[in-house]
Ligand binder design. Structure first.
Ligand code: ZN
Length: 153
C-alpha cells in the first residue's frame, strides 16, 4: 500500500473513531445486542431496526478504542438499507477480508469504505477490535430475540 493511501485510511479511521456515525440508542430497535472484547476492553451495543427482512436503521453505543468505534461506525453506515441476507454476506466478507484476505470471494470494491480497516492485519491483537461490531451484529441476528441482550464473551 502506498504511503498516501495509508494516510488517507488512517484519517478515515481517526475521523470515525472521534466522530462516530449513528452513535446513539435506537428508539424502537428490533435487535439489540451487546458485545465485549476482553482483550482490549471494548464494549458496544448494536441496535438494528429490521422491517421486511431489510435493515432500515442501525446504530450503536458504548466505549472502546478508535479501531472498534470506527469499525462500528462504518458498519452501521454500510448495513443500512441492506437485506438481512446482504448484511450476513457483508459480515462474512469483512471477516475474511481482515483474517484471510486470500480467500475473499467478493471484490474489494463491494466492501467500500470497510477496506480502510485492512491495516489491522498487521496488528493481530487489533483484529478483534475491528471485528467486534460485526460479531455483535451477527450474534444479534442469530438470536432473533429483541428482548435478549447477550454478551458475545
Ligand atoms: Zn479495541
Amino acid at each position: 500500500m502506498n504511503e498516501e493511501l495509508r494516510e488517507l485510511y488512517q484519517e478515515l479511521i481517526i475521523d470515525h473513531g472521534r466522530h462516530p456515525r449513528n452513535f446513539k440508542k435506537l428508539d424502537n430497535p428490533t435487535y439489540c445486542q451487546e458485545g465485549f472484547n476482553p482483550l482490549c476492553g471494548d464494549r458496544l451495543v448494536v441496535y438494528l431496526r429490521v422491517e421486511n427482512d431489510c435493515v432500515v436503521d442501525a446504530s450503536f453505543e458504548g466505549t472502546g478504542c478508535a479501531i472498534s468505534v470506527a469499525s462500528a461506525s462504518l458498519m452501521t453506515e454500510q448495513i443500512k438499507g441492506k437485506t438481512l441476507e446482504q448484511a450476513e454476506r457483508l459480515f462474512k466478507a469483512f471477516h475474511q477480508f481482515v483474517t484471510e484476505p486470500e480467500s475473499l470471494d467478493i471484490t474489494m470494491e463491494s466492501l467500500g469504505k470497510l477496506t480502510v480497516l485492512g491495516g489491522v492485519r498487521e496488528f493481530p491483537s487489533r483484529i478483534k477490535c475491528a471485528t467486534l461490531a460485526w460479531h455483535t451484529l451477527k450474534a444479534g441476528l442469530d438470536h432473533q430475540d429483541p428482548s435478549l441482550v447477550v454478551s458475545t464473551e
